[in-house]
Design a protein around this ligand. Structure first.
Ligand code: SIN
Length: 320
């Protein structure tokens, strides 16, 4: 009932962690049985350690949160030595005769295509299950966001990564574009096995008394329930056109949210910001999604893309 697939990657269920909100997953192990989730997606890993942006880096907003972390992480060598074994341990804890256990998906970030390629090759050697290429972080100077604002750069990055990868590769796209479908097509043409939509929306917060921006880097990425309608719309638009599976992400906090993304065309759904207030959320959602599917006598596979079989094209829209 809950099984789903992302290209050649088979998952026990469609509930995944969203990169950046859960570290490597290890931090969350005492709150719930993470061996039950569909996949664990790591915080972005870069080649070299990054100190991240100046504080403040997080700011709560109405129905959401701004972050300006700046891809802080200890670099690939540290991650492979310390965090990856823990992710694999969590994955093994969920494996049984009837369950695959969570898949290990590593999110990689680079300043150049060469960086992405080096990281992809390294993680494939380490036996991860899939890669998510972060083409869309809004909080760094070196051009990560640029990759996913240009269809050709997206295509080039994905093509280069695919040349060295022997596992499925997903392109994580930015909503900060005029036409996400053009970028999604670029990713698909570059050989992406799936598309993660969406990363955060660029925003800012202001302290009028101090007459200053609140975040240390002035702007940050907005996540949480406030962005769910945007994410749903983008998943819907992408699913009308691309053939590769879509990993929906943006403001998910209930089982209904998960099923709405599936209806819009997502094969799996990532849970992020809401886990800051409820670290056990993914596992609760899993149970609730299963109950709701049973009550509706349907499955994830049947429901996926249902909207495209029933909804009219948007007013003024085209099939592109
Ligand atoms: C960050 O580390 O700044 C957030 C990561 C992202 O938005 O891709």
């Amino acid at each position: 009932m809950l099984q789903t697939t992302l290209g050649s990657l088979e998952l026990d269920n469609p509930v995944l962690s969203a990169s950046g909100t859960f570290g490597s997953g290890w931090e969350g192990r005492e709150f719930s049985d993470l061996g039950r989730v569909g996949a664990l997606v790591s915080k972005t890993v870069t080649l070299l350690p990054r100190p991240g942006n100046p504080p403040p880096r997080i700011w709560e907003t109405a129905s959401g949160m701004l972050n300006s972390i700046g891809l802080e992480n200890k670099g690939v060598d540290y991650f492979v030595a310390n965090s990856l074994p823990k992710m694999k341990q969590l994955a093994a804890s969920g494996r049984s005769s009837t369950a695959r256990g969570p898949r290990v998906i590593i999110n990689i970030g680079g300043e150049s295509i060469d960086d992405f390629v080096t990281l992809a090759a390294r993680f494939c050697d380490e036996g991860v299950d899939a890669l998510e290429v972060n083409l869309s972080c809004p909080n760094v100077q070196e051009g990560k966001l640029l990759f996913s604002t240009d269809p050709r750069m997206t295509e080039q990055a994905m093509r280069a990564v695919k040349k060295v990868a022997n596992v499925p590769v997903f392109a994580k796209l930015s909503p900060n574009v005029t036409d996400i479908v053009a970028i999604g097509k670029g990713a698909e043409q570059g050989g992406a096995d799936g598309i993660t939509a969406i990363n955060t929306l660029i925003g800012m917060a202001v302290d009028w008394r101090k007459q200053k921006p609140i975040l240390g880097r002035v702007i940050g990425g907005l996540s949480g329930p406030a962005i769910k309608p945007v994410a749903l719309r983008m998943v819907y638009e992408l699913a009308r056109v691309v053939r590769v599976p879509i990993l929906g992400v943006g403001g998910v906090q209930s089982a209904d949210d998960v099923l709405e993304f599936v209806c819009a065309g997502a094969s799996a759904v990532q849970v992020g910001t809401a886990m800051f207030t409820e670290p056990a959320l993914m596992v609760r959602l899993l149970d609730e999604v299963r109950d709701k599917l049973a009550a509706a006598k349907t499955t994830i596979r049947e429901l996926r893309g249902a909207l495209h079989r029933s909804a009219p094209a948007p007013v003024g829209g085209s099939a592109r």
